[in-house]
Design a protein around this ligand. Sequence first.
Ligand code: GLU
Length: 382
Amino acid sequence: MASVSRLQDARRLVIKVGSALVVGEAGAADRAWLAAFAADAAHLRGRGQQVLVVSSGAVAIGRRRLGLTRRALTLAEKQAAAAAGQSALMRAWEEAFEPHGLRVAQVLLTRDDTEVRRRWLNARATVDTLLSLGVIPVVNENDTVVTEEIRYGDNDRLAARVAQMIGADALVLLSDVDGLYTADPRNDPTARHLPRISRLTREIEAMAGGANAGAGVGTGGMTTKLAAARIAQSAGCATIITLGRRPSPLAALEAGARATVIEPSVTPAAAYKAWIAGSLAPAGALTVDAGAATALKRGKSLLAAGVCGVEGRFDKGDAVLVRDEAGHEIARGLVRYEAADAERICGLRSDAIEGALGYTSGPMIHADDLAPAAAHPEETGA
Ligand code: GLU
């Protein structure tokens, strides 16, 4: 079954847990559900899979804590509730994972953190570090500080952006429906469940936008789930939509529980390189010597030692062209130093960078952030 193998084969999983699952009847964290979920996630971790949780629930828990339950909240009250609820939410997650010897870490993001490249690189480095330390990052939107215009508003899309940011290969959206149907199964007996979708066609979007749009509590109905799936698909990540409201939803999924899988259209690495190669306007250029040019072709990082020229005014994290000494573009990549610093460390060995700048960000461009020119021949004008 597509959903079982997508879950089992994933190296990195992002699992989105909605407020309706995390928060129990009394407006406090549902500890029994969280404990069962943590056991599920610990099982995945135990066999070497990296797990990141995107958890809602801060506003729902916080409004109860602050006694704001009688009427709809103003924006400021919602943000206050998020502040009060987030700490309780994290405590509940900590307690849930503790019996499994797993530590959690709170990561609060705003839309800019997943869209502005420099912040994106910082957030990615942090999350990568947490994952490699064996910690379970628990991500939520930083509701307390974001304003209406710049917020995601729903954690489905936030989860998809996070999946894209960390190159996850599976995004599990735990929902109050067990996947996507051709019509609303609650009132249409002819509704058919769709186990596997390889292309998000207009027809499929229409199904979600029509009778199914209202399905789903919280902020995200089927429409936001499909928007999330679309982001994930083009980032090389499979989306699995399944029922969350049962004790061990991941174990159930693995045992073959009903789900809809939206297949990715590429691999995460290819998607990321295509993004670097094609969708970013280069802010400058680095000229490299012959040794570095050969190393790049072999998939190595670009070290400062191999850079002999810096052009343009770029910031750390910007996309730059990489040229050989003859001026031919050989790659594009995300540079780790701003232009002035790049110029200062040009030609320096890696162990001399700290002395020159007072800090080091590693190679000029890391191999993961480099797309060879062959990946975008149409862009080079050649
Ligand atoms: N970030 C919100 C919260 O924690 C939830 C957003 C959502 O449910 O999609 O309360």
